[in-house]
Write a protein that binds this ligand. Structure first.
Ligand code: TRP
Length: 448
């Protein structure tokens, strides 16, 4: 069978940037940045992206291209090539599992976004009060049927796209959705500048308040950077498999990380001016975009229309991430269980649907089931973000830094082993990344 590769380097960059840009950029980043020192947090975040994010994206793409398979088999192939422990495939398997678990709640949250998109279209937000949006959101969480409906629809859409393969499915989707997402974002930014309190939003997000920086802030910035760049979920290794030999991994990694970061910053600049113009507080949690933002839009000229555009933008962002989260599991089924793409995608879609029930019911029917004080939805988020992702990234760094021969990694990047950029990358993989990740991990559990 001929090797499947991206139609162009541009297609790879779009797909990987589409995977990176998601709910994490548009909702989570602006809020966390605002609450943790604004500009000072942004600086630390950018440092994390440059120092750890870009080198890790390079490593994942490299593992995918050289290992030429799904993440588990890619690790296995490379371990064989470098004659190291045959257990390394577990590092890849862990990432596949992490991505699939993230997807099981990601589709549920995306379902909320779709629900709110329709509210915006049907003019529910005009002059709406915070009590009403509160009720709207809570009613949604209390209705398993409604949530299940949206999640099912989204899973079917993902299955449909991924089943069509890289060229007909993934590429065609990102070619349309990613540029559309960027256009919508610019439109919203202009709207926010014209109709919102741009000054105040800008100040909130970029004024560096160094006194708000604590040790915890650095860890938050690092965790946010991993999640936002889609590191350690198997997606980048998977997409790396389809990268051609003449693609400069350093260059594409830089573009992917820069796009993701710029989108996060623009999202903040579009959201906060709208929130501030309407005298609302940039409050915590999922409530910012589902409760406060609709109230803000409802008080502004053409608010419903722009609220609709906002939620549509989020749907595009989340959807291109969701298909990237599904692809590794599907390809694992194809390669390890010998299934056809259509069969593998359908089977994964079904398992995903069952798993998504855990998140859906955790807000209503099963809300009494708690583990360590968390419901199932929170548990999934916690286990993936705070446990599986750091461990996955740690394995990548150790494998690439200590197990892959220098000559091979340097060759793959097109550098000599003496090159300063290569040396810095290797130093980061060997020392900086493992130490930083272990520190986050321990502190997340309050051990240091
Ligand atoms: N980066 C995505 C976001 O910002 C979330 C995500 C985490 C993801 N890991 C992933 C997306 C792997 C695709 C693949 O919302």
């Amino acid at each position: 069978m001929a090797k499947v590769v991206w139609s162009s380097k541009f297609a790879f960059v779009l797909a990987a940037a589409g995977a990176a840009v998601g709910l994490g950029n548009i909702w989570r980043f602006p809020y966390i940045a605002g609450e943790h020192g604004g500009g000072a947090f942004v600086l630390i975040y950018i440092a994390c992206v440059i120092i750890l994010g870009i080198p890790l994206i390079m490593s994942e793409t490299l593992i995918g291209r050289r290992g030429s398979a799904n993440p588990a088999t890619a690790f296995q192939n490379l371990a064989k090539e470098f004659k190291c422990s045959k257990f390394w495939w577990l590092a890849g398997a862990l990432q596949i599992i992490a991505g699939f678990l993230i997807l099981s709640y990601y589709v549920v949250v995306t379902g909320w976004v779709v629900d709110f998109f329709f509210h915006a279209i049907f003019h529910t937000f005009q002059k709406i009060s915070i009590e009403k949006t509160d009720a709207l959101f809570n009613n949604l969480l209390e209705s398993p049927i409604q949530m299940l409906f949206w999640a099912t629809l989204l899973i079917i859409a993902c299955v449909f796209i991924v089943a069509r393969g890289i060229h007909q499915g993934l590429e065609k989707t990102v070619y349309f959705m990613f540029p559309a997402l960027l256009v919508l974002m610019v439109v919203l930014l202009i709207y926010a500048c014209k109709a919102g309190s741009f000054e105040q939003g800008f100040q909130f997000l970029f004024h560096p308040d160094f006194s708000a920086i604590h040790a915890n802030t650095i860890l938050l910035a690092l965790g946010q950077a991993f999640f936002s760049l889609s590191i350690a979920c198997g997606a980048l290794i998977m997409y790396g498999k389809y990268v051609t030999q003449d693609t400069s991994i350093a260059k594409t990694s830089l573009i992917i990380a820069a796009t993701d970061t710029i989108v996060a910053l623009i999202a903040g600049l579009a959201i906060f001016p709208i929130v501030f113009a309407n005298g609302l507080a940039p409050s915590a949690g999922p409530s910012l975009i589902f409760k406060n933002l609709p109230v803000a839009f409802g008080q502004m000229p053409f608010g419903d229309f722009f609220a609709g555009l906002f939620f549509l933008m989020l749907i595009f962002a989340a959807f291109t991430s969701a298909i990237a989260l599904l692809e590794p599991t599907v390809v694992w089924c194809m390669e390890s269980l010998n299934m056809s793409r259509v069969k593998a995608t359908t089977a994964c879609g079904f398992v995903l649907w069952l798993l998504s029930l855990c998140s859906i019911f955790s807000f209503n029917l099963a809300s009494h089931i708690k583990f360590f004080g968390m419901n199932l939805f929170e548990l999934l988020d916690h286990v993936t973000s705070n446990i599986l992702l750091p461990i996955g990234a740690l394995f990548i760094a150790i494998f690439i830094g200590w197990r892959m021969p220098k000559k091979i990694s340097a060759d793959e990047f097109g550098y000599s082993t003496k090159n300063v950029l290569y040396q810095s990358w290797l130093f980061i993989m060997r020392f900086v990344a493992p130490i930083a990740i272990i520190v986050i991990f321990l502190s997340a559990f309050g051990w240091i």
